[in-house]
Design a protein around this ligand. Structure first.
Ligand code: ADP
Ligand code: GLC
Length: 475
């Protein structure tokens, strides 16, 4: 087995705010079948340390970006973790990125620079004789790693994975010295971004290879509409870029064994889950499809467009259960929609177990995103026979075979995709959903196809391994 270090700000099941955590948590298992042994470096947030057992200190620094830090090695399930315990940076209430009031932590640049610095130290010096041959960096929080690696004179290659280019990790130019970054790097060809320092741009510029989480998003990233101001940087590195589709952890997300639901192996088994879900959300019974949404409430996810399309869904007999949190205005708009329509029920919050029950009990999962690098909820939908209705963008376009005439005739459709990405087009898609749902045999076919569609890492793990193999040297 060849050693690699993954660097990330989230890792399921220990700490999760979105799909990044799912992927970081699942990749080590997937890559273990391909000859790569990943250790995963994450920050020792308060909630993470509380879950650690049998840790062993493998490194320490009396003054890491303003305070003492130690590195703890630990196993959690099958994960091989290195946890950076630095109380001055991570021992606080709130989320990995936000305080309890929902504001970015003011020292986020330092918090994640420290993570990157530690990754570089591990690679340069090794810990207790262990040294990675390659580093796999996830999103901007890991972006400075290759810059520090170069400063330390270490030669291991880095793979930078973009999960979402909307977040750049920007900080003020006068933070160079505080972040121990080289002045020479503060140029247009380096990590300078319109007068600021960009952690993501550092990663994109310094890494040996760049990946993103679906082939379509890899193409979209080169375009101004999707590149969020970094499309030029991406175009300049297009030779180094590849899109590798995310998979899901097929053990955690398995309707036949999921501890949170009534187990099932065929769509018929969803009935008990649907009854339970309808009751727990206090929704009326009905013949139309029970739709579910499990999502961050942000501009990306397009749930304002779903609000526009709600009357259409309700008019054709649909019902909707939504679980989400985020943008306060959207939260309020959804609570209002639930007050207005008996067919709509909303839970504001984050609830992993309820998410499982919703995938099991829903007839359809709605993902009307404006952009979606990969998207995991449509994949969970497929696995649970919960027909996905998705905007035709990013990874959503790569994972759902739409039930148009051709798809239905060929008998391979797994869901519905729609374009353009407007409330109107979504309304049409929802009407189509209701029609398909009324047609019992077509619907049963869709559900069966969905459940058979491969969504685990079988196809993608070898692609990561081939990429790793192609750039790494034994150290
Ligand atoms: P993103 O990472 O952009 O939020 P993904 O679809 O890749 O989108 O992943 C979202 C992940 O977060 C899924 O595992 C989904 O089930 C989970 N999730 C999102 N919102 C909630 C919530 N409110 N409660 C529980 N799980 C949630
Ligand atoms: C990001 C993206 C999402 C993707 C996830 C995991 O959060 O928004 O589309 O599935 O990362 O790669």
């Amino acid at each position: 087995m060849r050693p690699a270090l993954a660097v990330a700000s989230e890792c399921a099941p220990l700490i999760k705010t979105g799909g990044l955590a799912d992927v970081v948590g699942a990749l080590p298992g997937a890559l273990a079948t391909q000859g790569w042994a990943l250790r995963t470096l994450i920050p020792g947030y308060r909630g993470v340390l509380e879950q650690m057992k049998g840790t062993e200190q493998v490194w320490s620094d009396p003054m890491l970006f303003g305070g003492p830090a130690r590195l703890l090695a630990a196993r959690h399930g099958s994960l091989d973790l290195l946890v950076l315990d630095a109380p001055h940076l991570y021992d606080r209430a709130g989320s990995p990125y936000l305080d309890v009031g929902g504001r970015d932590w003011p020292d986020n640049d330092t918090r994640f620079a420290a993570l990157c610095w530690t990754a570089a130290v591990i690679a340069a010096q090794g810990v207790e004789g262990w040294r990675p041959e390659l580093l796999h960096l996830h999103d901007w929080q890991a972006g400075f790693t290759p810059v520090y690696l170069e400063q330390m004179g270490a030669a291991q290659p880095c793979v930078m994975t973009i999960h979402n280019i909307a977040f750049h990790g920007l900080t003020a130019a006068d933070r160079l010295a505080a972040l121990a970054l080289p002045e020479a790097g503060f140029t247009t060809d380096g990590f300078e971004y319109y007068g600021h320092i960009s952690a993501l741009k550092a990663g994109l510029t310094w890494a040996a290879r760049i990946t993103t989480v679906s082939p379509t998003y890899a193409r979209e990233l080169t375009m101004p509409e999707f590149g969020m101001g970094l499309d030029g940087v991406i175009r300049a590195r297009s030779d180094a870029l590849v899109g590798i589709l995310n998979g899901i952890d097929a053990e955690v997300w398995n309707p036949a064994t999921d501890p949170h639901i009534h187990h099932y192996a065929s769509p018929r088994g969803k009935r008990a889950n649907k009854r339970a879900l309808t009751a727990s959300f206090g929704l009326p019974e009905g013949d139309g499809p029970l739709c579910v949404v499990i999502s961050r409430l942000s501009q990306q996810k397009g749930l304002d467009m779903l609000l526009e399309a709600l009357p259409t869904l309700i008019a054709c007999g649909g019902r909707l259960a939504l679980l989400g949190s985020g943008d306060r205005r959207l939260e309020n708009a959804w609570l209002e929609a639930a007050d207005t329509h008996a067919e709509v029920a909303v839970r504001i919050g984050y609830d992993e177990e309820l998410a499982h029950r919703m995938f099991a009990g829903g007839d359809a999962v709605l993902v009307p995103s404006r952009f979606e690098p990969c998207g995991l909820t449509q994949l969970y939908g497929l696995r649970y026979g919960t027909v996905p209705v998705v905007a035709l963008t990013g990874g959503l376009a790569d994972t759902v075979i739409t039930a148009n005439d051709a798809g239905l005739r060929a008998g391979c459709a797994t869901g519905i995709s729609y374009a353009p990405l407007t409330g109107d087009a979504l309304g049409h898609a929802l009407r189509h959903l209701c029609e398909l749902h009324d047609d019992t045999s077509t619907w049963a076919r869709l559900q069966r196809n969905a459940m058979r569609h491969p969504v685990d890492w079988t196809a993608s793990a070898p692609q990561y391994a081939a990429l790793f193999d192609s750039i790494s040297r034994r150290v």
